[in-house]
Design a protein around this ligand. Structure first.
Ligand code: G3P
Length: 218
């Protein structure tokens, strides 16, 4: 499963990318608003593209298809890594079709049902982003949506990649792996939770103490 970092924080992205832990980045207007201050968000998106060797999702903010397409083309023109994010609305799917026919990769975001995911695939989406955590937030079963989309996409040999989004904790990631999501996007906190294990720390401490007792150099 490809791991994307769900952030617009360039330092976090550089750290994870330098360690080879991530395959790409997803941003959205809320994540950009957290870090931008008085900077132009397009500058930040460009910096992110230069920090990671992989897809970087950047979202349009218009509601009508024509403006989404022109915003999408402007975003795609910033850097080859850009994947244009459009919302799962009628206009979003129109824009998706048009951007795809111009060779722009599209991530259809804000997906909350299997029927939406099916329509996005028919519009040629490169990625579909079901928001697992936000479904859990309203007492639904976010992971069940991943299972259903996987099944439907496999039934019809659909190539749109399932990008499990709004993953909030390591168990979400475990489930996404088991359900066969193609990609998962998660905040830095969750990424490092995936890596850390108390038995690794304890074992390492013991090995180093035993080595010190040998009084030798390596
Ligand atoms: O990038 C979109 C998605 O991952 C948002 O997550 O935690 O704001 O629901 P969250």
């Amino acid at each position: 499963m490809k791991i994307f970092l769900d952030t617009a924080d360039v330092d976090e992205i550089r750290r994870a990318a330098d360690a080879g832990l991530i395959d790409g980045v997803t941003t959205n207007p809320s994540l950009l608003a957290k870090v931008a201050g008085d900077r132009d968000p397009k500058e930040i998106i460009l910096e992110i593209c230069e920090a990671v060797d992989g897809p970087v999702s950047a979202e349009v903010v218009a509601l009508d298809a024509d403006t989404m397409v022109s915003e999408g083309k402007r975003l795609a023109g910033l850097h080859d890594n850009i994947v244009v994010k459009v919302p799962l609305t009628e206009d979003g799917l129109r824009a998706c079709r048009r951007l795809r026919s111009d060779g722009v990769r599209v991530n259809v975001t804000l997906c909350f049902s299997v029927t939406q995911a099916h329509l996005a695939a028919k519009a040629g989406a490169t990625y579909i982003s079901p928001f697992v955590g936000r479904i859990d937030d309203i007492s639904g079963d976010g992971m069940d949506l991943i299972v259903q989309i996987r099944q439907v996409y496999d039934n019809y040999s659909i190539e749109t990649e399932i990008l499990a989004a709004s993953l909030r904790h390591p168990q979400h990631v475990v489930q996404a792996l088991l359900m066969g999501a193609d990609c998962g996007t998660l905040p830095a906190k969750v990424l490092y939770q995936l890596l850390k294990h108390p038995l690794t720390d304890l074992g390492l401490e013991q090995f180093l103490a035993d080595w010190r007792s040998l009084g030798a150099d390596l």
